[in-house]
Ligand binder design. Structure first.
Ligand code: NAD
Length: 342
């Protein structure tokens, strides 16, 4: 096996990680997954293997366990790292801030330290549009839009993560790092063999919609209908997980071409906003089902409207999204139906 193609994918059994692993393999890379399955099921690895038609290397390791993680670096020689492993639920982070700081920050520090020790210079960090908070001047954010104080411990871990990375690069180490600021990942693989597996109550809109339609949850409350948006409901930039996965492949390829230490923050979105109501209506049209939903009060801390300026992702990485929110809704619904049949 050509070691220059070995990519460590922490959190590779998770939602975005599993789709990225598939795309990496389809583009000639050899991903090695490190995941302790705290928020994933073994079936996601089986799903990846069924899609690609071969088995993949998985090490069941907690990235916060530096000793165990080091053994993986000793076992494989990596040309790049994609660091997904982290917690991601805003509400949960408010209730358990320390577990969020421990997992998201200690995990990142361990992976960075071992990258430096083992001379792995190409690194992709999962960041989030949450670092922008509620944009003040324009709803379209560029990478130069000022970062706002985080409105949750989760958001703060992404902001601190980016700052740690800036400091590491400023220290003069030989690393090249991309902080990809994801907008709202949605959808599933078209095969329905992998997708989002929310453990417990889902937080994101689309799993709530599909779980309501399938009967797992009784109803949907749309928080706020009097915002200054197209229809009064919140607007997000929904990025299909397959497009998002491909941004990582383009990112790893771009990093391999860079000769000098560098850090770049890059928005990964579609550049198009879709409202909560539009998602619900599109879902009802696609599925032919009537959802049990109602308007509720505004929810404190909700960002009203945000979408990505995608100029940099195209100019720098030669990446742009191809799939629409509608495509994602179709794939998410097929995935939910598949879960039910299983
Ligand atoms: P996910 O929970 O599906 O995947 C994360 C994976 O990491 C899981 O498989 C989990 O088991 C694993 N993991 C977590 N902590 C670990 C640890 N200490 N050691 C080993 N494995 C561990 O989440 P996702 O949606 O795929 O998100 C991936 C990354 O993208 C996260 O860093 C998340 O914060 C970031 N992100 C996600 C979203 C989103 O809406 N999904 C948006 C912006 C950023």
């Amino acid at each position: 096996m050509n070691n220059s193609k070995n990519i460590l994918v922490t959190g590779g059994a998770g939602y975005i990680g599993s789709h990225t692993v598939v795309d990496l393999i389809q583009n000639g890379f050899n991903p090695i997954i490190v995941d302790d399955f705290r928020n994933a099921q073994k079936s996601s690895v089986a799903g990846i293997e069924e899609i690609i038609g071969k088995s993949i290397e998985v090490r069941e390791v907690d990235v916060c366990d530096r000793v165990a993680l080091k053994k993986v670096f000793e076992e494989f020689s990596f040309s790049g790292i994609i660091h997904f492993a982290a917690y991601k639920a805003v509400g949960e982070s408010v209730e358990s801030p320390l577990s969020y700081y421990r997992n998201n920050i200690v995990g990142l520090i361990n992976v960075l330290e071992l990258s430096i020790e083992f001379n792995v210079s190409n690194f992709v960090f999962s960041s989030s549009c949450t670092v922008y908070g509620e944009p003040t001047d324009s709803k379209v954010v560029t990478e130069n839009t000022p970062i706002q104080p985080a409105n949750s411990p989760y958001g703060n871990t992404k902001r601190i993560g980016e700052e740690i990375i800036e400091d590491v690069i400023a220290s003069g180490v030989n690393m090249k790092i991309l902080c990809l600021r994801y907008f709202n990942p949605v959808g599933a693989h078209a095969s329905s063999l992998i997708g989002e597996l929310p453990i417990g109550k889902p937080n994101n809109l689309l799993p709530v919609v599909t779980q309501c339609a399938i009967g797992k949850i009784p109803s949907i409350t749309v928080n706020g209908n009097d915002y200054d948006t197209i229809d009064g409901t919140c607007v997000r930039d929904y990025i299909h997980v397959l497009d998002l996965a491909n941004a990582h492949v383009k990112g790893v390829e771009w990093l391999a071409q860079q000769e000098n230490p560098i850090v770049e923050n890059v928005n990964i979105g579609t550049g198009k906003g879709t409202s909560v109501l539009e998602v619900i209506e599109t879902f009802e049209e696609i599925s032919g089902l009537k959802l049990n939903w109602k308007f509720g009060e505004r929810r404190a801390g909700d960002v009203v409207e945000i979408f990505a300026d995608v100029t940099k992702s195209f100019n720098l990485l030669n990446w742009k999204s191809n799939l629409s929110a509608r495509d994602a809704i179709i794939d998410s619904w097929n995935w939910e139906l598949k879960l039910k049949n299983d």
